[in-house]
Design a protein around this ligand. Structure first.
Ligand code: PBG
Length: 321
């Protein structure tokens, strides 16, 4: 038998050389931490299906944000749970709504870059992401509300808005309204390929946004579709999106890779609630080594092509590194 001349193992010989040839680096600079703020509580409450993630009142959100800032995480994305819900999500675009108040409080107390999720599902009594007409989420009617919500976040001080409603034309509607109001410098990070996924289950506990009837399949994408994701990304770029999001991340690494190759804008991946809960639950049972799984999973998302990662593990990563 001939001995091999080509020996990849030479470059795995010790930690020094392994580190030198590592192709993918995780940097906390690329992470965004989600925060849930609720108007219904006055102290923080752990989310049942998401250990160590909380619904926060504004004061505890400020405490949390200060910690996030100290850990070197550059940005947060905010989700709000309002006191009052109605058919048209009125609390979503009030100047004194839960998110608007939180933005102001965080701006006063931290240096974080503040991104807001723009969507009606947490604010409507039916739990859908838009305005209902004849049992159907009406696209063009919804656009007005989504744009108004984005504008009110920006007026309160948001640095970037992230529409997650999946209506056609929302990026363009938001861009125009922001520009008309003098906010030409505020970027839009669009959830372009957002799939109708069972991985959002725990989030809906956290954000109290489960639809009261039907599901989100008339607006979110079919998990079976890959080419359609490119179409969505293309449209969002034409409408003025600055960053494109793929969501969820782990079951959609191929889509992240596609986006990276097709589009010359930064790509973000949302490592969603169900992906977090699976790991937390298995770690609690000591079936897996939590720290190593976190690093491996986040590395895989980066390796697939994500420039930015929205993750409930951001704080864990900052503490591990
Ligand atoms: C909608 C929204 C959802 C998530 C982010 N924005 C849920 C949904 O579409 O039902 C899910 C995030 C996660 O699962 O972590 N506003």
């Amino acid at each position: 038998m001939k001995f091999p001349e080509l020996r990849p193992r030479r470059l795995r010989y010790n930690n020094k050389i392994r580190k030198m040839v590592k192709e993918t680096q995780l940097s906390i600079d690329n992470f965004i931490y989600p925060i849930f703020v609720s108007e219904l509580i006055d102290k923080k409450q752990e989310i049942r299906s998401m250990p160590e993630i909380y619904q926060l009142d504004i004061d505890s959100a400020v405490q949390e944000a200060i910690e996030v800032d100290k850990l070197g995480i550059p940005a947060v994305i905010l989700f709000g749970i309002p006191e009052k819900k109605d058919a048209i999500g009125s609390s979503a675009y009030e100047s004194n709504g839960i998110i608007q108040k939180t933005i102001r409080a965080l701006k006063e107390n931290t240096n974080l870059y503040i991104i807001t999720d723009v969507c009606l599902c947490e604010y409507t009594d039916h739990g859908h992401c838009g305005i209902i007409k004849n049992n159907y989420v009406d696209n063009d009617e919804t656009l007005k509300y989504i744009a108004r919500q984005a504008l009110s976040h920006v007026k309160a001080g948001a640095d970037m808005v992230a529409p997650s409603d999946m209506m056609d034309g929302r990026v363009s509607a938001i861009r125009h309204l922001l520009d008309e109001n003098g906010f030409t410098h505020i970027p839009i990070m669009s959830y372009s390929a957002k799939y109708a996924s069972a991985f959002y289950g725990p989030f809906r506990d956290a954000a109290e946004s489960t639809p009261k009837f039907g599901d989100r399949k008339t607006y979110q994408m079919d998990p079976a579709n890959r080419r359609e994701a490119i179409k969505e990304g293309m449209l969002d770029i034409e409408e003025g999106a600055d960053i494109l999001i793929v969501k969820p991340a782990l079951a959609y690494l191929d889509i992240i890779r596609d986006f990276k190759e097709y589009f010359y804008v930064p790509i973000a991946a949302y490592n969603v609630s169900g992906e977090y809960s699976l790991i937390k639950a298995a770690a609690e049972k000591q079936f897996i080594d939590e720290e190593n799984i976190i690093i491996e999973v986040l590395t895989s998302i980066k390796r697939a092509g994500a420039d930015l990662i929205i993750s409930y593990f951001s704080k864990s990563l900052a503490k591990i590194q």
